[in-house]
Design a protein around this ligand. Structure first.
Ligand code: AKG
Ligand code: FE2
Length: 331
């Protein structure tokens, strides 16, 4: 089954929308990953954001290290600090619109004069996430096309997350000795992923690791566990990882991820799924990244546990070396 590539140039046209929605939703059910072609985010804005990231990461450590990622997903994540093994650095710029300018003390000074640019880019990403959420509801024939989108207001709670990543060139290290990004599924709803070159691998519908294609000017989309659970299994949160097997040893890789998530007070009650015999089945439990999600949990509570697993208590940069046994989630 070929990796899905979907042209969304006509996504706003009523005559074309249902067909595009069905293609996107089918790809999200089978692969949980797809490439968007002819999307509305200007390529020069993507390039400009990558350039900001490049300029920032090339600063001396002293200009970055004093602003580690906080529990609002803002700040810098130095190389090898995620679970002390992934060889990448990242900069988190989360929050609802306007929040970056209000949180300057959490951000390295480099970003202080770029908050407006980042906010504009995040807003464009969010608009696209909303369109995709409408597509899912349309293709699932839900009574309200905004069923998912309404829970994803851009200015709700702590807002959405945006992350710029840099994976250094691997130099003389053997490609298979380095973990770039450990296998994981994303935790929220819809992730938009921009990349400067290949390197991402995803679990195919038949369970093998396969490279996600890298095509200029396309956006990769994948789904997170909260939405997969909520959809009652109609959407798949696919495991993915980053290796450098397919990237020349002297090439660094950058990526940017916009993580659209439902507002923290959203209660996850999985949609019922009709079985072949006409009976209705509801998912009772769902395992994701060492955490159990059960019906009735809120997105906020669930994400808190995930954050804790990756970054330690309250996101205060106390690292946990082992993922704790599934616990803590209020169910
Ligand atoms: O760098 C990439 O391509 C993947 C990033 C990713 O999976 C993540 O940030 O969750
Ligand atoms: Fe991811």
């Amino acid at each position: 089954m070929a990796f899905p590539i979907i042209d969304i140039s006509r996504i706003d046209e009523p005559e074309a929308q249902l067909d595009i929605a069905q293609k996107i939703t089918e790809a999200s059910r089978t692969w949980g990953f797809l490439l968007l072609k002819n999307h509305p985010i200007p390529n020069q804005d993507v390039d400009a954001m990558f350039q900001l990231g490049r300029d920032f990461f090339s600063l001396p450590a002293a200009d970055k290290d004093a602003w580690p990622i906080n529990d609002k997903y803002m700040g810098y994540n130095a190389p090898l600090s995620d679970r002390r093994k992934d060889d990448k650095a990242s900069m988190w710029l989360a929050g609802k619109p306007g929040q970056l300018q209000k949180s300057l003390n959490a951000l390295p000074p480099f970003w202080h004069e770029h908050t407006a640019e980042v906010e504009t880019f995040k807003h464009a990403c969010h608009e696209l996430v909303m369109k995709l959420l409408v597509c899912f509801a349309l293709a699932m024939d839900l009574p309200d096309r905004n069923f998912f989108a309404n829970a994803h207001a851009e200015d709700a709670g702590n807002g959405n997350q945006f992350r710029i990543l840099k994976y250094p060139a691997r130099g003389n290290e053997p490609a298979d000795k380095i973990t770039r990004m450990s296998p994981h599924s994303d935790s929220g709803s819809v992730t938009l992923l921009f990349q400067t070159c290949a390197g991402l691998e995803v679990e195919s519908p038949t369970g093998e690791w396969v490279p996600a294609p890298h095509l200029d000017d396309h956006i990769l989309v994948n789904l997170g566990d909260a939405l997969a659970f909520w959809s009652g299994g109609r959407l798949r949160a696919t495991k993915h990882r980053v290796t450098f097997g397919s990237v020349p040893h002297d090439v660094e890789r950058m990526s940017m991820a916009y993580f659209g998530k439902a507002s923290d007070d959203t209660v996850l009650q999985p949609l019922k799924k009709e079985e072949a015999d006409g009976s209705e089945k509801v998912a009772e439990k769902y395992y994701a990244n060492g955490v159990v999600i059960q019906p009735g949990v809120t997105v906020g509570d669930y994400l808190k546990v995930i954050m804790n697993n990756i970054y330690g208590n309250g996101g205060k940069q106390q690292l946990v070396l082992e993922t704790p046994k599934a616990s803590g989630i209020a169910v």
